[in-house]
Ligand binder design. Structure first.
Ligand code: ZN
Length: 486
């Protein structure tokens, strides 16, 4: 972590459906990390975007009687709205249908692989699930059906370019084993190493243009369109200007510290195919891949038929951006599956936001305003174990970081309860009042520290707290987290 440049990416979201809460979780995780590094004076480039090609998009557009480009423009806008709803601080937004920004880099990457002799045209016969937009193997079928879509795959026979994955497999395994490419959490590292050892040596990298028209043309071969690998995974470098290896690419990819934040379902693409492509093209690998799990709703898998789909826009409208960010980062265990339930949301909100930091800010500002006429100058630098919170946050263990922060909030509230400043001040004794002044000085300092460490997670609230306690005079704060009417 001693580098100056930090590059943070989310996966690019496939625009064939509306954003769901899993998308929101991933953005918020990447955002917390980006804000954390910016706060520490690092240069950060934070990228998110949309994956816009594929036959599913083409088919849907045809059904709606519009062009694929119109469809993806419409749907990508919804993902941009998600970013603003969750106060995401991304520096750029890449779209794979962007012919100026994305295509030249994707085609350059393709050419690098082809020049290496790592892309070979051959006949392909395989099973293809349109729902997955992917080839699947006999072994993966359940009763002859795709396990995800419960439908039989199509048998496809066609000419494809194949990537010689086998040539790079061992190198990828070694880099993951020795953490040069750090796969987090550890359970996912073991999982991907097992997958890699079993992986096939050839991977289909293109589709015939008559089967898939909506995509990036293969350079120097009009009959073929790139399949998702080069088309989508390359976004991480095309967005930085890989095509002409400009300053962003040099600083953030070649010299920077690169973190990919992704969902567990796409780990194998990011930790197997992507690094193999990069090694083949002579481009350095990302430093780490953090995988998050899935979110259930009220303890069950979300599904339209159960009517339990959590709308990421509706919950922010109902509860506010920072409380939902807080819940996602605090309640969904880092790197693991978690649950969203309204009951649990209200519990966490009430215990940790309203009665925790909210109450601390409200009572402390009130006492400073009442007893000291708001006149006190506060400084950061309390002697809690902030180091550990620092480490947890840098390693994307946000749930643990927030748990530590919560302990400090509780201890500080307890400190006030023990001194009982409201009684001491009333006594009118000079030494009692001096004790109250010292307590408020100390508590105010802790609050400024808390605001600093909470800022990556709940940025608006943290800024509000800072502004309350650095104003002269300090006035009684309005409740940061009003009671929820449930
Ligand atoms: Zn499927």
């Amino acid at each position: 972590m001693d580098r100056d440049f930090f590059y943070i990416t989310t996966a690019i979201d496939y625009v064939n459906a509306a954003p769901h809460i899993g998308h929101a979780l991933e953005k918020v995780e990447a955002d917390a990390l980006a804000r954390f590094f910016r706060q520490r004076g690092k240069k950060v480039f934070f990228l998110t975007g949309t994956d816009e090609h594929g036959s599913k998009i083409a088919a849907k557009a045809e059904e709606l009687g519009i062009s694929p480009q119109e469809l993806v423009d419409r749907n990508a806008a919804r993902f941009k709205q998600l970013l603003s709803a969750y106060n995401i601080s991304n520096d750029d937004f890449i779209r794979t249908s962007d012919r100026q920004k994305h295509w030249p880099g994707a085609q350059k990457l393709w050419r690098q692989l082809a020049e290496n002799g790592d892309l070979v045209k051959d006949k392909y016969r395989g099973l293809y699930c349109i729902g997955c937009e992917a080839f699947i193997t006999e072994k993966e079928l359940v009763d002859g059906n795709c396990p995800h879509h419960k439908k039989p795959p199509q048998v496809i026979e066609e000419e494809n370019y194949f990537f010689n994955f086998g040539k790079y497999k061992q190198a990828v395994i070694e880099k993951i084993e020795n953490d040069e490419l750090l796969v987090m959490p550890l359970s996912r590292k073991h999982e991907i190493l097992n997958i890699l050892k079993e992986a096939q040596d050839r991977v289909s990298f293109s589709r015939p243009k008559d089967k898939l028209d909506w995509g990036i043309p293969v350079p120097d071969d009009d009959s073929q369109v790139m399949y998702v690998w080069v088309d989508a995974l390359s976004n991480y470098i095309t967005a930085l200007g890989y095509a002409d290896e400009g300053e962003l690419f040099v600083n953030f990819w070649q010299k920077g510290y690169v973190t990919h934040v992704i969902g567990k379902d796409i780990l194998r693409f990011h930790a197997a195919i992507w690094p193999a492509m990069l090694i083949a093209a002579g481009v350095r690998l990302p430093d780490r891949i953090f995988t998050h799990g899935f979110i259930t709703s009220e303890g069950q898998k979300m599904s339209k038929s159960l009517g339990n789909v959590v709308d990421p826009f509706a919950i922010v409208e109902k509860y506010g951006t920072d409380p939902v960010r807080y819940y996602l980062l605090r309640e969904i265990p880092a790197g693991d599956d978690g649950d969203f339930s309204h009951k649990r949301f209200v519990e966490v909100y009430t215990a940790e936001l309203a009665n925790g930091i909210g109450n601390l800010v409200s009572r402390t500002s009130n006492m400073i305003a009442t007893y000291l006429e708001g006149k006190i100058s506060l400084q950061r630098g309390s002697d809690f174990n902030w180091e550990r919170i620092e480490e947890y946050t840098a390693n994307l263990q946000f749930d643990r970081a927030l748990q530590e922060i919560q302990v400090i909030i509780d201890e500080t509230n307890k400190m006030i309860d023990e001194v009982k400043p409201w009684q001491k001040w009333k006594s009118g004794q000079a030494d009692d009042q001096e004790e109250v002044r010292e307590l408020l000085q100390r508590v105010g300092g802790v609050i400024l520290d808390l605001a600093f460490y909470l800022k990556p997670f709940i940025p608006q609230t943290a800024e509000e707290i800072e502004s309350i306690f650095t104003s002269i005079p300090i006035v009684k704060a309005k409740p940061l987290f009003p009671r929820l009417n449930e």
